[in-house]
Design a protein around this ligand. Structure first.
Ligand SMILES: [Zn+2]
Ligand SMILES: [Zn+2]
Length: 140
């Protein structure tokens, strides 16, 4: 599957997941994650949840690591100021139902014009079987 197709699949899944209908007063930004070192798109994820994390209101850090070059990066960090050093309450490496844990990842964020963050999501597509799953949801 080429990058354009991957982006389209991930983005439409994220739009359904966030229940986005029409544009109206909102605008949206979608990004396909890539390795900062080798620019590969298949990545593995680690979801680190911190105290205060709730469904639809992620608190913690989403890390990605690249199976090709082993680079790690903090893809998303939602931590209250001064709490960064707190130990996570759970650390989870998401895997697909097929057993594979390498995904194409993308984030969709919704803004109220001009630039107030409303909500967002990070979604994943399995590189083996194309299954789609949401990873974390954030709330403004
Ligand atoms: Zn890499
Ligand atoms: Zn799979």
């Amino acid at each position: 599957m080429d990058n354009k197709k991957i982006k389209t699949r991930l983005r439409s899944f994220a739009e359904q997941h966030l229940e986005i209908s029409g544009a109206g007063r909102f605008h949206h930004h979608f990004a396909l994650y890539q390795c900062p070192n080798c620019e590969a798109h298949p990545l593995r994820a680690v979801v680190e949840r911190h105290a205060g994390d709730r469904p639809k209101d992620f608190e913690g850090i989403l890390w990605t690591d690249c199976p090709a070059c082993r680079s790690e990066q903090m893809a998303l960090g939602v931590t209250p100021k001064g709490k960064k050093g707190e130990p996570p309450i759970s650390v989870d490496r998401p895997a697909c139902a097929c057993g594979n844990d390498t995904f194409y990842l993308g984030s969709l964020d919704q803004f109220e014009k001009p630039s107030t963050f409303v909500k967002g999501t990070v979604v994943a597509m399995c590189t083996e079987c194309d299954a789609l799953l949401p990873l974390v949801d954030t709330d403004g």
